[in-house]
Design a protein around this ligand. Structure first.
Ligand code: AYL
Length: 562
Protein backbone atom coordinates (compact mmCIF):
# COMPACT_ATOMS: atom_id res chain seq x y z
CA UNK A 1 0.00 0.00 0.00
CA UNK A 2 2.79 2.42 0.90
CA UNK A 3 5.18 3.43 -1.87
CA UNK A 4 8.56 3.46 -0.26
CA UNK A 5 11.80 4.68 -1.75
CA UNK A 6 14.72 2.88 -0.07
CA UNK A 7 16.62 6.16 0.25
CA UNK A 8 13.82 7.50 2.48
CA UNK A 9 14.06 4.72 5.06
CA UNK A 10 15.33 5.72 8.50
CA UNK A 11 17.29 2.81 9.86
CA UNK A 12 18.10 2.09 13.52
CA UNK A 13 21.43 3.39 14.75
CA UNK A 14 22.52 0.37 16.78
CA UNK A 15 22.53 -3.34 15.96
CA UNK A 16 20.77 -5.67 18.36
CA UNK A 17 19.99 -9.35 18.72
CA UNK A 18 16.45 -9.86 19.98
CA UNK A 19 15.74 -13.28 21.47
CA UNK A 20 12.22 -14.61 20.93
CA UNK A 21 10.81 -14.84 24.46
CA UNK A 22 7.61 -15.30 26.37
CA UNK A 23 7.02 -12.67 29.02
CA UNK A 24 7.48 -14.97 32.03
CA UNK A 25 10.62 -16.54 30.53
CA UNK A 26 12.24 -13.15 30.12
CA UNK A 27 11.26 -11.87 33.56
CA UNK A 28 12.16 -15.01 35.52
CA UNK A 29 15.39 -15.59 33.62
CA UNK A 30 16.53 -12.03 34.30
CA UNK A 31 15.47 -11.92 37.93
CA UNK A 32 16.73 -15.34 39.07
CA UNK A 33 19.79 -13.68 40.62
CA UNK A 34 17.82 -11.16 42.67
CA UNK A 35 15.50 -13.49 44.57
CA UNK A 36 15.72 -11.70 47.93
CA UNK A 37 15.60 -8.15 46.58
CA UNK A 38 12.36 -6.21 46.83
CA UNK A 39 10.61 -6.29 43.48
CA UNK A 40 7.63 -4.10 44.27
CA UNK A 41 6.39 -2.23 47.30
CA UNK A 42 3.23 -0.23 47.84
CA UNK A 43 4.18 3.39 48.58
CA UNK A 44 1.10 3.80 50.78
CA UNK A 45 0.72 0.57 52.77
CA UNK A 46 4.30 -0.73 52.56
CA UNK A 47 3.00 -4.12 51.37
CA UNK A 48 5.85 -5.67 49.40
CA UNK A 49 7.02 -8.67 47.41
CA UNK A 50 10.56 -9.92 46.85
CA UNK A 51 11.41 -11.31 43.43
CA UNK A 52 11.06 -14.85 44.84
CA UNK A 53 7.64 -14.02 46.30
CA UNK A 54 6.54 -12.41 43.06
CA UNK A 55 7.53 -15.51 41.11
CA UNK A 56 5.83 -17.92 43.50
CA UNK A 57 2.60 -15.89 43.73
CA UNK A 58 2.49 -15.60 39.93
CA UNK A 59 3.06 -19.31 39.55
CA UNK A 60 0.28 -20.09 42.03
CA UNK A 61 -2.07 -17.79 40.19
CA UNK A 62 -1.21 -19.52 36.91
CA UNK A 63 -2.04 -22.88 38.47
CA UNK A 64 -5.33 -21.52 39.84
CA UNK A 65 -6.28 -20.01 36.49
CA UNK A 66 -5.82 -23.37 34.80
CA UNK A 67 -7.79 -25.22 37.47
CA UNK A 68 -11.31 -26.44 36.83
CA UNK A 69 -12.71 -23.79 39.19
CA UNK A 70 -11.42 -20.93 37.02
CA UNK A 71 -10.67 -21.39 33.33
CA UNK A 72 -9.82 -25.07 33.24
CA UNK A 73 -6.99 -26.75 31.34
CA UNK A 74 -6.53 -25.40 27.86
CA UNK A 75 -7.63 -27.64 25.01
CA UNK A 76 -5.09 -27.81 22.17
CA UNK A 77 -7.46 -26.17 19.70
CA UNK A 78 -7.89 -23.23 22.05
CA UNK A 79 -4.16 -22.64 22.08
CA UNK A 80 -4.21 -22.32 18.34
CA UNK A 81 -7.06 -19.88 18.42
CA UNK A 82 -4.96 -17.59 20.59
CA UNK A 83 -2.22 -17.27 18.05
CA UNK A 84 -4.05 -15.57 15.29
CA UNK A 85 -5.89 -13.49 17.86
CA UNK A 86 -9.06 -15.45 17.29
CA UNK A 87 -9.71 -15.51 21.01
CA UNK A 88 -10.41 -12.25 22.85
CA UNK A 89 -9.42 -11.96 26.48
CA UNK A 90 -9.69 -14.80 28.98
CA UNK A 91 -9.31 -12.47 31.93
CA UNK A 92 -9.41 -8.79 32.72
CA UNK A 93 -7.86 -6.70 35.47
CA UNK A 94 -9.48 -3.65 37.02
CA UNK A 95 -7.30 -2.23 39.76
CA UNK A 96 -5.16 0.69 40.87
CA UNK A 97 -1.37 0.27 40.95
CA UNK A 98 -0.44 -2.19 43.68
CA UNK A 99 2.09 -5.02 44.21
CA UNK A 100 -0.50 -7.60 43.11
CA UNK A 101 -0.71 -6.09 39.62
CA UNK A 102 2.44 -7.85 38.32
CA UNK A 103 1.26 -11.06 40.01
CA UNK A 104 -1.92 -10.90 37.92
CA UNK A 105 0.02 -10.04 34.77
CA UNK A 106 2.75 -12.62 35.10
CA UNK A 107 0.41 -15.28 36.47
CA UNK A 108 -1.92 -14.80 33.51
CA UNK A 109 1.01 -14.80 31.10
CA UNK A 110 2.37 -18.00 32.58
CA UNK A 111 -1.05 -19.68 32.26
CA UNK A 112 -1.29 -18.47 28.65
CA UNK A 113 -4.32 -16.50 29.63
CA UNK A 114 -4.89 -13.37 27.55
CA UNK A 115 -5.33 -10.45 29.94
CA UNK A 116 -7.18 -7.25 29.14
CA UNK A 117 -6.33 -4.24 31.28
CA UNK A 118 -9.08 -1.77 32.17
CA UNK A 119 -8.92 1.77 33.51
CA UNK A 120 -10.20 1.62 37.12
CA UNK A 121 -11.48 5.21 36.76
CA UNK A 122 -14.00 4.05 34.14
CA UNK A 123 -17.76 4.10 34.71
CA UNK A 124 -19.66 0.77 34.89
CA UNK A 125 -20.80 1.44 31.34
CA UNK A 126 -17.25 1.83 30.01
CA UNK A 127 -16.02 -1.23 31.92
CA UNK A 128 -19.04 -3.23 30.71
CA UNK A 129 -18.38 -2.30 27.11
CA UNK A 130 -14.75 -3.43 27.25
CA UNK A 131 -15.65 -6.72 28.97
CA UNK A 132 -18.43 -7.42 26.49
CA UNK A 133 -16.09 -6.67 23.59
CA UNK A 134 -13.41 -9.11 24.68
CA UNK A 135 -15.46 -11.74 26.49
CA UNK A 136 -13.24 -12.05 29.58
CA UNK A 137 -14.39 -14.91 31.82
CA UNK A 138 -12.41 -13.97 34.94
CA UNK A 139 -12.14 -10.44 36.32
CA UNK A 140 -9.52 -9.40 38.87
CA UNK A 141 -10.59 -6.31 40.82
CA UNK A 142 -9.16 -4.59 43.89
CA UNK A 143 -11.41 -3.83 46.87
CA UNK A 144 -12.38 -0.41 45.53
CA UNK A 145 -13.21 -1.82 42.08
CA UNK A 146 -15.28 -4.85 43.12
CA UNK A 147 -18.54 -2.83 43.13
CA UNK A 148 -17.57 -1.29 39.79
CA UNK A 149 -16.92 -4.71 38.32
CA UNK A 150 -20.20 -6.01 39.71
CA UNK A 151 -22.14 -3.07 38.30
CA UNK A 152 -20.45 -3.53 34.92
CA UNK A 153 -21.14 -7.26 34.84
CA UNK A 154 -24.78 -6.78 35.81
CA UNK A 155 -25.36 -4.88 32.60
CA UNK A 156 -23.45 -7.22 30.33
CA UNK A 157 -25.65 -7.70 27.25
CA UNK A 158 -24.63 -11.30 26.57
CA UNK A 159 -25.76 -12.26 30.09
CA UNK A 160 -22.40 -13.94 30.79
CA UNK A 161 -21.28 -13.73 34.41
CA UNK A 162 -17.51 -13.92 34.67
CA UNK A 163 -15.85 -15.10 37.85
CA UNK A 164 -14.83 -12.19 40.05
CA UNK A 165 -11.61 -12.27 42.09
CA UNK A 166 -10.97 -9.65 44.76
CA UNK A 167 -7.29 -8.72 44.69
CA UNK A 168 -5.40 -7.66 47.82
CA UNK A 169 -5.56 -8.59 51.47
CA UNK A 170 -8.88 -8.94 53.27
CA UNK A 171 -12.19 -10.70 52.82
CA UNK A 172 -14.27 -10.91 49.70
CA UNK A 173 -18.05 -10.48 49.47
CA UNK A 174 -20.16 -13.60 48.85
CA UNK A 175 -19.65 -15.11 45.43
CA UNK A 176 -16.29 -13.39 44.95
CA UNK A 177 -13.00 -15.33 45.17
CA UNK A 178 -10.17 -14.15 47.40
CA UNK A 179 -6.81 -13.57 45.77
CA UNK A 180 -5.06 -14.74 48.94
CA UNK A 181 -6.72 -18.13 48.67
CA UNK A 182 -5.34 -18.74 45.22
CA UNK A 183 -1.92 -17.09 45.45
CA UNK A 184 -1.08 -17.52 49.17
CA UNK A 185 1.49 -19.99 50.52
CA UNK A 186 -1.16 -22.74 50.88
CA UNK A 187 -1.94 -22.83 47.16
CA UNK A 188 -0.22 -25.32 44.83
CA UNK A 189 2.86 -24.17 42.94
CA UNK A 190 2.65 -26.54 40.03
CA UNK A 191 0.18 -28.37 37.89
CA UNK A 192 0.31 -30.49 34.74
CA UNK A 193 -2.32 -28.18 33.28
CA UNK A 194 0.10 -25.27 32.91
CA UNK A 195 0.56 -25.09 29.14
CA UNK A 196 3.89 -24.66 27.48
CA UNK A 197 4.77 -21.05 26.73
CA UNK A 198 4.53 -19.79 23.17
CA UNK A 199 6.18 -16.47 22.27
CA UNK A 200 3.77 -16.06 19.36
CA UNK A 201 0.67 -16.29 21.53
CA UNK A 202 -1.21 -13.13 22.41
CA UNK A 203 -0.32 -11.99 25.93
CA UNK A 204 -2.26 -8.81 26.69
CA UNK A 205 -5.19 -6.92 25.21
CA UNK A 206 -5.05 -3.25 26.20
CA UNK A 207 -7.46 -0.84 24.48
CA UNK A 208 -6.66 2.00 22.12
CA UNK A 209 -8.75 3.93 19.65
CA UNK A 210 -5.90 4.02 17.14
CA UNK A 211 -6.33 6.48 14.33
CA UNK A 212 -10.13 6.48 14.22
CA UNK A 213 -13.32 5.30 15.92
CA UNK A 214 -13.95 3.62 19.25
CA UNK A 215 -11.44 1.98 21.60
CA UNK A 216 -10.31 -1.39 20.25
CA UNK A 217 -8.49 -4.33 21.80
CA UNK A 218 -4.83 -4.30 20.77
CA UNK A 219 -3.48 -7.83 20.29
CA UNK A 220 0.03 -7.81 21.72
CA UNK A 221 1.98 -11.06 21.56
CA UNK A 222 4.49 -12.19 24.16
CA UNK A 223 7.24 -11.72 21.66
CA UNK A 224 6.22 -8.14 20.88
CA UNK A 225 6.26 -7.12 24.55
CA UNK A 226 9.56 -8.85 25.24
CA UNK A 227 11.09 -7.46 22.04
CA UNK A 228 10.21 -3.94 23.18
CA UNK A 229 11.88 -4.56 26.53
CA UNK A 230 15.01 -5.90 24.83
CA UNK A 231 14.96 -2.79 22.64
CA UNK A 232 14.65 -0.27 25.47
CA UNK A 233 17.24 -2.13 27.53
CA UNK A 234 19.85 -1.76 24.78
CA UNK A 235 22.87 -0.07 26.43
CA UNK A 236 22.60 2.95 24.11
CA UNK A 237 19.07 3.80 25.27
CA UNK A 238 18.58 2.02 28.62
CA UNK A 239 17.44 4.12 31.57
CA UNK A 240 16.85 1.64 34.40
CA UNK A 241 20.18 0.08 35.34
CA UNK A 242 20.49 -3.60 36.27
CA UNK A 243 20.70 -4.35 39.98
CA UNK A 244 24.19 -5.28 41.06
CA UNK A 245 25.60 -5.71 44.56
CA UNK A 246 24.10 -2.95 46.68
CA UNK A 247 22.94 -0.92 43.72
CA UNK A 248 19.22 -1.11 43.01
CA UNK A 249 17.23 1.48 41.09
CA UNK A 250 14.13 2.78 42.91
CA UNK A 251 11.29 3.55 40.52
CA UNK A 252 8.12 5.25 41.79
CA UNK A 253 5.21 4.01 39.70
CA UNK A 254 2.40 6.51 39.58
CA UNK A 255 1.55 6.12 35.89
CA UNK A 256 -1.19 3.51 35.78
CA UNK A 257 -0.25 -0.09 35.04
CA UNK A 258 -3.39 -0.65 32.95
CA UNK A 259 -1.97 1.67 30.27
CA UNK A 260 0.79 0.28 28.08
CA UNK A 261 3.33 2.87 29.31
CA UNK A 262 2.86 1.93 32.97
CA UNK A 263 2.60 -1.75 32.12
CA UNK A 264 5.65 -2.26 29.92
CA UNK A 265 8.03 0.66 30.35
CA UNK A 266 7.50 1.32 34.05
CA UNK A 267 6.51 -2.01 35.57
CA UNK A 268 7.77 -4.92 33.47
CA UNK A 269 10.92 -3.20 32.24
CA UNK A 270 11.89 -2.18 35.80
CA UNK A 271 11.25 -5.71 37.04
CA UNK A 272 13.41 -7.14 34.26
CA UNK A 273 16.27 -4.98 35.51
CA UNK A 274 15.83 -6.02 39.15
CA UNK A 275 14.76 -2.56 40.26
CA UNK A 276 12.53 -1.79 43.23
CA UNK A 277 9.20 -0.49 41.99
CA UNK A 278 7.30 1.67 44.47
CA UNK A 279 3.68 1.55 43.37
CA UNK A 280 1.32 4.43 44.04
CA UNK A 281 -2.42 3.77 43.65
CA UNK A 282 -3.19 7.35 42.66
CA UNK A 283 -1.50 10.70 42.19
CA UNK A 284 -1.62 12.52 45.50
CA UNK A 285 0.81 15.44 45.25
CA UNK A 286 2.03 15.38 48.88
CA UNK A 287 2.25 11.59 48.97
CA UNK A 288 4.12 11.51 45.68
CA UNK A 289 6.69 14.04 46.90
CA UNK A 290 7.08 12.12 50.17
CA UNK A 291 7.65 8.87 48.27
CA UNK A 292 10.25 10.46 46.01
CA UNK A 293 12.20 11.75 49.02
CA UNK A 294 11.80 8.91 51.50
CA UNK A 295 12.34 6.10 49.04
CA UNK A 296 15.19 7.97 47.32
CA UNK A 297 13.78 7.57 43.83
CA UNK A 298 16.57 7.13 41.27
CA UNK A 299 14.47 7.08 38.12
CA UNK A 300 11.13 8.51 37.15
CA UNK A 301 8.74 7.71 34.33
CA UNK A 302 6.47 10.63 33.70
CA UNK A 303 3.92 12.14 31.37
CA UNK A 304 4.01 15.90 30.69
CA UNK A 305 1.66 16.91 33.57
CA UNK A 306 3.97 15.24 36.09
CA UNK A 307 6.99 17.06 34.64
CA UNK A 308 5.03 20.31 34.89
CA UNK A 309 4.16 19.54 38.50
CA UNK A 310 7.76 18.81 39.46
CA UNK A 311 9.07 21.77 37.49
CA UNK A 312 6.68 24.42 38.67
CA UNK A 313 4.63 23.54 41.71
CA UNK A 314 5.47 25.61 44.81
CA UNK A 315 4.82 22.64 47.12
CA UNK A 316 7.63 20.61 45.55
CA UNK A 317 10.83 20.93 47.60
CA UNK A 318 14.12 20.75 45.71
CA UNK A 319 15.09 17.54 47.57
CA UNK A 320 12.30 15.74 45.69
CA UNK A 321 14.76 15.42 42.82
CA UNK A 322 17.84 14.84 44.99
CA UNK A 323 18.44 11.17 44.17
CA UNK A 324 17.07 11.17 40.61
CA UNK A 325 19.40 9.98 37.85
CA UNK A 326 16.91 10.00 34.98
CA UNK A 327 13.46 11.13 33.94
CA UNK A 328 11.72 9.68 30.91
CA UNK A 329 8.69 11.57 29.65
CA UNK A 330 6.27 10.08 27.15
CA UNK A 331 2.63 9.72 26.09
CA UNK A 332 2.16 13.32 24.92
CA UNK A 333 4.35 16.19 23.70
CA UNK A 334 6.67 17.81 26.24
CA UNK A 335 7.66 21.40 25.60
CA UNK A 336 11.43 21.92 25.74
CA UNK A 337 10.87 24.91 28.06
CA UNK A 338 9.09 22.72 30.63
CA UNK A 339 11.89 20.19 30.47
CA UNK A 340 14.45 22.95 31.06
CA UNK A 341 12.51 24.24 34.05
CA UNK A 342 12.57 20.81 35.67
CA UNK A 343 16.30 20.45 35.12
CA UNK A 344 16.93 23.94 36.46
CA UNK A 345 15.33 22.92 39.75
CA UNK A 346 17.84 20.17 40.42
CA UNK A 347 21.27 20.96 41.79
CA UNK A 348 22.80 17.95 40.00
CA UNK A 349 22.66 16.54 36.49
CA UNK A 350 19.56 14.55 35.52
CA UNK A 351 19.17 12.75 32.21
CA UNK A 352 15.83 13.82 30.82
CA UNK A 353 14.64 12.29 27.58
CA UNK A 354 11.35 11.85 25.77
CA UNK A 355 9.93 8.53 24.67
CA UNK A 356 7.52 8.23 21.79
CA UNK A 357 5.30 5.37 20.81
CA UNK A 358 1.79 3.99 20.97
CA UNK A 359 -0.15 1.09 22.46
CA UNK A 360 -0.05 -0.61 19.04
CA UNK A 361 3.76 -0.78 19.36
CA UNK A 362 4.06 -2.27 22.86
CA UNK A 363 4.58 0.87 23.07
CA UNK A 364 8.05 2.35 22.41
CA UNK A 365 9.12 3.35 18.87
CA UNK A 366 11.70 6.07 19.41
CA UNK A 367 13.59 7.45 22.33
CA UNK A 368 15.17 10.87 22.61
CA UNK A 369 18.86 11.43 23.22
CA UNK A 370 20.35 13.24 26.16
CA UNK A 371 20.56 16.94 25.51
CA UNK A 372 18.10 16.96 22.60
CA UNK A 373 15.01 17.93 24.51
CA UNK A 374 12.38 18.86 21.96
CA UNK A 375 12.95 15.77 19.82
CA UNK A 376 11.83 12.20 20.41
CA UNK A 377 14.98 10.70 18.94
CA UNK A 378 15.87 8.08 16.37
CA UNK A 379 14.02 4.77 15.99
CA UNK A 380 14.83 2.17 18.64
CA UNK A 381 17.20 -0.67 17.74
CA UNK A 382 15.52 -3.11 15.29
CA UNK A 383 12.98 -0.44 14.33
CA UNK A 384 12.73 1.18 10.90
CA UNK A 385 10.86 4.34 10.13
CA UNK A 386 9.58 6.16 7.11
CA UNK A 387 7.67 9.41 6.67
CA UNK A 388 4.85 9.36 4.13
CA UNK A 389 2.72 11.86 2.33
CA UNK A 390 -0.78 11.15 3.66
CA UNK A 391 -2.50 11.81 0.34
CA UNK A 392 -0.25 9.80 -1.96
CA UNK A 393 1.04 7.25 0.62
CA UNK A 394 4.49 7.73 -0.93
CA UNK A 395 7.54 8.13 1.25
CA UNK A 396 9.15 11.57 1.44
CA UNK A 397 12.85 12.46 1.78
CA UNK A 398 14.48 12.94 5.17
CA UNK A 399 13.53 16.29 6.67
CA UNK A 400 10.13 16.56 5.01
CA UNK A 401 6.97 16.53 7.02
CA UNK A 402 4.42 13.70 6.87
CA UNK A 403 2.87 10.78 8.69
CA UNK A 404 5.31 8.65 10.65
CA UNK A 405 5.26 4.90 9.96
CA UNK A 406 7.28 2.25 11.76
CA UNK A 407 8.20 -1.37 11.38
CA UNK A 408 9.68 -3.60 14.08
CA UNK A 409 9.20 -6.67 16.26
CA UNK A 410 7.25 -4.67 18.87
CA UNK A 411 4.29 -3.99 16.58
CA UNK A 412 0.87 -5.50 17.41
CA UNK A 413 -0.76 -8.46 15.64
CA UNK A 414 -3.79 -6.30 14.95
CA UNK A 415 -7.01 -5.16 16.60
CA UNK A 416 -9.34 -7.68 18.19
CA UNK A 417 -12.28 -8.30 15.84
CA UNK A 418 -11.66 -5.16 13.77
CA UNK A 419 -10.22 -6.42 10.48
CA UNK A 420 -10.83 -3.15 8.66
CA UNK A 421 -9.13 -1.01 11.29
CA UNK A 422 -6.30 -3.52 11.37
CA UNK A 423 -5.92 -3.35 7.59
CA UNK A 424 -5.82 0.43 7.51
CA UNK A 425 -3.36 0.72 10.42
CA UNK A 426 -1.05 -2.22 9.79
CA UNK A 427 -0.36 -1.98 6.09
CA UNK A 428 1.51 -4.13 3.57
CA UNK A 429 5.12 -4.80 4.49
CA UNK A 430 4.35 -4.71 8.21
CA UNK A 431 4.29 -0.92 8.49
CA UNK A 432 2.39 0.63 11.38
CA UNK A 433 0.74 3.92 10.50
CA UNK A 434 0.84 6.14 13.59
CA UNK A 435 -1.49 8.96 12.55
CA UNK A 436 1.17 11.31 13.95
CA UNK A 437 2.71 14.04 11.84
CA UNK A 438 6.41 14.68 12.16
CA UNK A 439 9.74 14.91 10.44
CA UNK A 440 13.36 13.91 10.83
CA UNK A 441 15.62 16.76 11.93
CA UNK A 442 19.21 17.38 10.88
CA UNK A 443 20.52 15.31 13.83
CA UNK A 444 18.58 12.23 12.80
CA UNK A 445 16.00 12.69 15.56
CA UNK A 446 12.27 12.69 14.98
CA UNK A 447 10.15 15.71 15.82
CA UNK A 448 6.45 15.18 16.49
CA UNK A 449 4.60 18.15 15.02
CA UNK A 450 0.91 17.29 15.06
CA UNK A 451 -1.63 14.52 15.32
CA UNK A 452 -3.53 13.80 12.12
CA UNK A 453 -5.69 11.11 13.77
CA UNK A 454 -8.88 11.78 15.70
CA UNK A 455 -7.36 10.85 19.05
CA UNK A 456 -7.39 13.46 21.83
CA UNK A 457 -4.89 13.17 24.65
CA UNK A 458 -5.84 14.48 28.09
CA UNK A 459 -2.91 14.28 30.53
CA UNK A 460 -1.51 11.51 28.32
CA UNK A 461 -4.74 9.47 28.47
CA UNK A 462 -6.64 8.59 25.33
CA UNK A 463 -10.00 10.14 24.55
CA UNK A 464 -11.75 8.88 21.43
CA UNK A 465 -13.93 11.65 19.95
CA UNK A 466 -16.17 9.02 18.30
CA UNK A 467 -17.18 7.76 21.72
CA UNK A 468 -18.25 11.20 22.96
CA UNK A 469 -19.96 12.02 19.66
CA UNK A 470 -22.03 8.85 19.89
CA UNK A 471 -23.04 9.77 23.43
CA UNK A 472 -24.01 13.29 22.43
CA UNK A 473 -26.06 12.04 19.50
CA UNK A 474 -28.09 9.92 21.91
CA UNK A 475 -29.33 13.13 23.53
CA UNK A 476 -32.75 14.23 22.29
CA UNK A 477 -31.69 17.86 21.78
CA UNK A 478 -28.73 17.00 19.52
CA UNK A 479 -28.88 16.87 15.73
CA UNK A 480 -25.13 16.58 15.09
CA UNK A 481 -21.99 16.59 17.20
CA UNK A 482 -18.24 16.70 16.70
CA UNK A 483 -15.59 16.55 19.40
CA UNK A 484 -12.06 17.90 19.07
CA UNK A 485 -9.19 18.61 21.43
CA UNK A 486 -8.48 22.17 22.53
CA UNK A 487 -4.93 22.99 23.63
CA UNK A 488 -4.57 23.32 27.40
CA UNK A 489 -1.43 24.28 29.29
CA UNK A 490 -1.91 21.72 32.07
CA UNK A 491 -3.71 18.78 30.47
CA UNK A 492 -2.22 19.11 26.98
CA UNK A 493 -5.66 18.97 25.40
CA UNK A 494 -9.26 19.10 26.62
CA UNK A 495 -12.26 17.62 24.79
CA UNK A 496 -14.54 20.29 23.34
CA UNK A 497 -17.89 19.52 21.68
CA UNK A 498 -19.41 21.33 18.72
CA UNK A 499 -23.10 20.60 18.72
CA UNK A 500 -25.84 21.42 16.23
CA UNK A 501 -29.04 21.53 18.32
CA UNK A 502 -32.31 20.15 16.91
CA UNK A 503 -33.98 23.45 17.80
CA UNK A 504 -31.89 26.59 18.33
CA UNK A 505 -32.17 27.78 21.95
CA UNK A 506 -34.55 30.73 22.30
CA UNK A 507 -32.24 32.95 24.33
CA UNK A 508 -28.86 33.03 26.05
CA UNK A 509 -30.18 31.39 29.21
CA UNK A 510 -31.65 28.49 27.21
CA UNK A 511 -28.31 28.12 25.41
CA UNK A 512 -26.45 27.96 28.73
CA UNK A 513 -28.91 25.41 30.06
CA UNK A 514 -28.48 23.22 26.98
CA UNK A 515 -24.69 23.40 27.15
CA UNK A 516 -24.76 22.43 30.83
CA UNK A 517 -27.23 19.61 30.18
CA UNK A 518 -25.04 18.16 27.42
CA UNK A 519 -21.89 18.36 29.53
CA UNK A 520 -23.73 16.66 32.40
CA UNK A 521 -25.06 13.98 30.05
CA UNK A 522 -21.54 13.11 28.93
CA UNK A 523 -20.22 13.28 32.51
CA UNK A 524 -22.75 10.68 33.66
CA UNK A 525 -21.46 8.09 31.22
CA UNK A 526 -17.68 8.48 31.01
CA UNK A 527 -14.57 8.69 33.18
CA UNK A 528 -13.43 12.11 34.36
CA UNK A 529 -10.64 12.60 31.83
CA UNK A 530 -13.14 12.24 28.95
CA UNK A 531 -15.52 14.91 30.20
CA UNK A 532 -16.15 17.98 28.09
CA UNK A 533 -13.79 20.19 30.09
CA UNK A 534 -13.03 22.13 26.89
CA UNK A 535 -16.66 23.26 26.73
CA UNK A 536 -19.74 22.75 24.60
CA UNK A 537 -20.29 25.09 21.65
CA UNK A 538 -23.63 25.38 19.91
CA UNK A 539 -23.18 25.94 16.19
CA UNK A 540 -25.30 26.08 13.05
CA UNK A 541 -23.38 23.40 11.22
CA UNK A 542 -20.32 21.20 11.36
CA UNK A 543 -17.80 21.25 8.51
CA UNK A 544 -17.78 17.92 6.66
CA UNK A 545 -16.26 16.64 3.46
CA UNK A 546 -18.27 15.31 0.49
CA UNK A 547 -18.60 11.85 2.05
CA UNK A 548 -19.85 13.25 5.35
CA UNK A 549 -16.61 12.90 7.30
CA UNK A 550 -16.12 15.55 9.98
CA UNK A 551 -13.33 17.97 9.07
CA UNK A 552 -11.72 17.96 12.48
CA UNK A 553 -8.69 19.99 11.57
CA UNK A 554 -10.90 22.72 10.16
CA UNK A 555 -13.01 22.68 13.33
CA UNK A 556 -9.92 23.02 15.45
CA UNK A 557 -8.15 25.63 13.34
CA UNK A 558 -11.12 27.75 12.19
CA UNK A 559 -13.87 27.15 14.76
CA UNK A 560 -17.32 28.13 13.46
CA UNK A 561 -19.05 31.03 15.24
CA UNK A 562 -21.38 30.12 18.09
P1 AYL B 1 -1.01 5.72 23.49
N1 AYL B 1 5.30 13.30 21.91
C1 AYL B 1 4.16 13.58 21.27
N2 AYL B 1 3.12 12.73 21.20
C2 AYL B 1 3.26 11.54 21.80
C3 AYL B 1 4.44 11.17 22.48
C4 AYL B 1 5.51 12.13 22.53
N3 AYL B 1 6.64 11.90 23.18
N4 AYL B 1 4.26 9.92 22.95
C5 AYL B 1 3.03 9.52 22.59
N5 AYL B 1 2.41 10.50 21.90
C6 AYL B 1 1.05 10.48 21.36
O1 AYL B 1 -1.41 4.59 22.63
C7 AYL B 1 1.06 10.18 19.87
O2 AYL B 1 -0.01 10.87 19.25
O3 AYL B 1 0.47 5.37 23.91
C8 AYL B 1 0.84 8.69 19.83
O4 AYL B 1 0.34 8.21 18.62
O5 AYL B 1 -1.85 6.02 24.68
C9 AYL B 1 -0.14 8.51 20.96
O6 AYL B 1 0.30 9.43 21.96
C10 AYL B 1 -0.17 7.11 21.49
O7 AYL B 1 -0.93 7.05 22.64
C11 AYL B 1 7.64 5.76 25.91
C12 AYL B 1 6.82 6.02 26.97
C13 AYL B 1 5.72 5.77 24.48
C14 AYL B 1 5.48 6.16 26.77
C15 AYL B 1 4.90 5.99 25.55
C16 AYL B 1 3.48 6.25 25.48
C17 AYL B 1 2.62 5.43 24.66
C18 AYL B 1 1.24 6.07 24.72
C19 AYL B 1 7.09 5.64 24.65
O8 AYL B 1 8.99 5.66 26.08
Amino acid sequence: QLRIDDAHLVRPKHPIHIPVDTLPDLVWRNTARWQDKIAIECGVTGRRLTYAQLRDASRRLAVALRSARMLGPRRPEEEEEGEGGRRGADAAVLMANAPEFPVVMLGAAEARVVLSTINPAYTPEEVGRQLADNGARVVFADAACVPLAQAALARRPDGQRPLLVRVGPGDAPPGVLRFEDITGPGAPLDSPDIPEGDPNAVCVLPYSSGTTGLPKGVLLAHRALTANMHQIQHPEVAHVRATEGDFQDVIPAVLPFFHIYGMVVVLLNSLCMGAKVVSLPKFDPAGFVRTMIEKKATGLFAAPPLVLFLAGHPSVPAETLASLRFVLCGAAPLAAADAERLLARASHHIDLVQGYGMTEASPVLTQGRKGFMGAVGPPLPATEAVVINMDTLSSVPHGQEGELCFRGPQVMNGYWQRPEDTASTLVAGGWLRTGDVGRLDENGDFLILDRAKELIKVKGFQVAPAELEALLREHAAVAEAAVVGLPDARAGELPCAYVVPRAPPGDAAAGDALRAALAAHVARHVARHKQLAGGVRLVADIPKNASGKILRRRLRDEPPPE
